[in-house]
Design a protein around this ligand. Structure first.
Ligand SMILES: Cc1cc2nc3c(=O)[nH]c(=O)nc-3n(C[C@H](O)[C@H](O)[C@H](O)COP(=O)(O)OP(=O)(O)OC[C@H]3O[C@@H](n4cnc5c(N)ncnc54)[C@H](O)[C@@H]3O)c2cc1C
Length: 393
């Protein structure tokens, strides 16, 4: 991406964030979905940041997109999660594995906001181990027929199309390999339900859906039949990087808030920023920020190298590891920064009226989705020890 294009893209993301903020604050306090997000994202042309230009997107490389996600993350984990669902794990598998006809059908419409996307891997009984999923498909003429329930899906109750992973109905044992499908959500055979009982992210949608003999055209098989697990794992690399970058943004916003507050709030006859123990919190938040910044940039560079070298297993493994490390570090650093931010704000910090308190409520999920802390650590150890040490098995 040219430097001028990158600067314009980041300026557009910034303008979008500024326009969004008052709506986001109000929706957060009213505990409702931010219905201005999609219209404003459309206005500022940020609904397809890494989508190739030929399909209507901005053509951002992984590093530029990660910086954009960090900026989005400052507005809150809910805001960034919308983009992760729509773009990092929604558009991305279509960009990477879709054929030209699928890309023409879905990518421009998704950039125009006509098709909001999501990614459906998790099920009620299959989270950390997606191989335990039970959703199925069968082929009938020119259609696939899908059945199953997908649970805890970002944008799950607002999307017009979702990437779904499912097993063939009639296979078992080693022959049973999952496939990926682009599934349009319209119709009575696709039932959605909002999941509002969350600890945070009230302005973002988290949903579940059930497919009851849901029919899709056979042309909506994504990638080769049986290649679904591989597609899902590659998609999660993109999703994890988006979480890491978003967490960096969260820390940046907390730091800004804490510095301002420490310079205006006085106790014991002086500004609280002059108390050494408050300074310790500030220093630790800055260390969280600097560490996450370096890890996210390193991971984005590794992902960019892998994206540019399709089929290079070594670069893919490097990107996978660097992204997992960045996700672990940044999500834990953001949790630490949010905790310290709340502490510096005192009683006001423990309130959703202030940004630090909202970040604390929202960012905790980053240590859970796209691979829990535990699974990410097992994955990192596996990369170092070798496959025969896989603790998942
Ligand atoms: C807000 C939100 C949005 C989400 N968005 C999406 C989405 O868009 N698409 C999607 O497909 N999914 C999504 N998820 C699902 C998310 O990825 C899962 O919640 C996550 O992978 C964990 O799965 P689980 O909740 O079933 O927990 P479980 O897998 O049941 O894990 C429970 C606990 O056991 C631990 N554990 C499990 N296995 C092991 C092991 N082998 N060794 C050590 N510890 C282990 C876990 O780390 C965890 O602490 C979302 C979740 C949330 C909360």
């Amino acid at each position: 991406m040219l430097a001028a294009e990158q600067a314009q893209l980041l300026a557009d993301v910034d303008a979008f964030c500024e326009a969004l903020r008052p709506h986001e604050e109000l929706c957060y306090l009213e505990h409702r979905f931010n219905d201005q997000l999609i219209p404003l994202a459309l206005k500022h042309n940020v609904l397809g940041l890494p989508v190739p230009k030929q399909y209507g997107g901005r053509g951002a490389d992984a590093v530029t997109y990660a910086r954009a996600l960090a900026r989005l993350g400052r507005e809150g984990t809910g805001v960034r999660t919308f983009f992760s669902g729509h773009t990092s794990i929604g558009q991305y598998p279509i960009i990477r594995y879709g054929n030209d006809e699928q890309k023409q059908r879905y990518l421009p419409a998704s950039v125009r906001g006509e098709k909001i996307l999501a990614f459906g891997l998790t099920e009620p009984d299959a989270g950390s181990n997606p191989l335990e999923m039970t959703s199925t498909y069968r082929r009938e003429g020119d259609e696939y027929v899908l059945n199953g329930v997908k649970y805890l899906i970002s944008n799950g109750a607002i999307c017009q199309a979702v990437i779904v992973l499912a097993y063939p109905e009639d296979k078992s044992g080693d022959d049973r390999r999952m496939s990926a499908f682009i599934v349009d959500t319209a119709g009575h055979t696709f039932e959605v339900e909002d999941l509002p009982a969350k600890l945070g992210m009230p302005t973002a949608n988290t949903g579940m859906f059930q497919m009851n003999d849901h029919r899709i055209p056979a042309t909506n098989l994504l990638g080769a039949e049986g290649n679904g697990f591989r597609i899902a794992m590659h998609t999660l690399i993109s999703g994890r990087l988006s979480v890491a970058a978003g967490c960096l943004g969260v820390i940046e916003d907390i730091l800004t808030e804490v510095l301002n507050y420490a310079k205006e709030r006085s106790q014991h006859g002086k500004l609280i920023g002059k108390h050494q123990l408050v300074q310790e919190h500030i220093a630790r938040i800055e260390i969280d920020r600097a560490t996450s910044d370096a890890m996210v940039e390193r991971a984005a560079i590794a992902k960019e190298a892998s994206d540019n070298a399709h089929g290079d297993a070594e670069l893919l493994a490097k990107a996978d590891l660097a992204v997992a490390e960045a996700k672990y570090v940044a999500s834990n650093a953001a949790w630490d920064a949010a905790d310290r931010g709340v502490q510096v704000f005192g009683g006001r910090g423990w309130s959703s009226l202030y940004r630090v308190g909202r970040h604390l409520q929202d960012v905790r999920v980053c240590r859970i989705y796209e691979g829990t802390d535990e699974i990410i650590q097992l994955k990192i150890a596996l990369a170092l020890l070798g496959k025969e040490f896989a603790a998942f098995k």
